[in-house]
Design a protein around this ligand. Sequence first.
Ligand SMILES: CC(C)(COP(=O)(O)OP(=O)(O)OC[C@H]1O[C@@H](n2cnc3c(N)ncnc32)[C@H](O)[C@@H]1OP(=O)(O)O)[C@@H](O)C(=O)NCCC(=O)NCCS
Length: 165
Amino acid sequence: MSGTDAQVQIRQMKKEDIAGAANLVARAMNENEGKWADKTMNFHFECMEKGMNDGREYYLWWKADKIQGIVGLHHYEWGPPENVWLAWFAVDPMLQGQGFGKRLLDAVHEKAGDLGYQKFFIETYLHPDFEKAIRFYKKYGFTEHGRIDNYLPDGSQMLVLGKSI
Ligand SMILES: CC(C)(COP(=O)(O)OP(=O)(O)OC[C@H]1O[C@@H](n2cnc3c(N)ncnc32)[C@H](O)[C@@H]1OP(=O)(O)O)[C@@H](O)C(=O)NCCC(=O)NCCS
């Protein structure tokens, strides 16, 4: 079986994975997103330690003792129970374009279905750093659900994509 034929197995993230996961986000997206990922993930584990459910789950794809991919599910506790948002989705830049992103998306799609969610949403941005990701999501069935003007500090729009689970 070649590397690209191999299935992507995901496992739930642990607190000690935060630095590696945020580093992957920074390399795949940009430094700023890496900092936000670090903050979000630290908040998540602090909530868990205090017995609070923040509606979030993070999964990692490991290969050769290294984090090669990350994906999160964010559910707003105050929102419709069937909705979930894909968050911090990234594949190591060295491994992109070989079909691993699709396998990671399939794995988290299955996980979201098992958790009872029915609608997938993604918050992304009309900015050059995310062009590749937007093309990827649309190729795999996500459609545009809305835009928010002037969302990022540089004036970029937020783009919401969605798909049934
Ligand atoms: C979005 C992302 C996770 C996709 O991961 P990926 O591993 O590159 O995805 P895939 O390889 O499955 O698909 C990407 C492309 O490679 C192509 N591809 C798939 N299998 C392939 C293979 N075996 N050989 C060559 N190309 C292949 C796909 O057709 C797709 O083509 P496209 O460029 O026309 O869309 C990745 O690009 C990434 O980490 N981006 C930066 C982070 C980011 O922006 N995340 C989203 C934030 S909202």
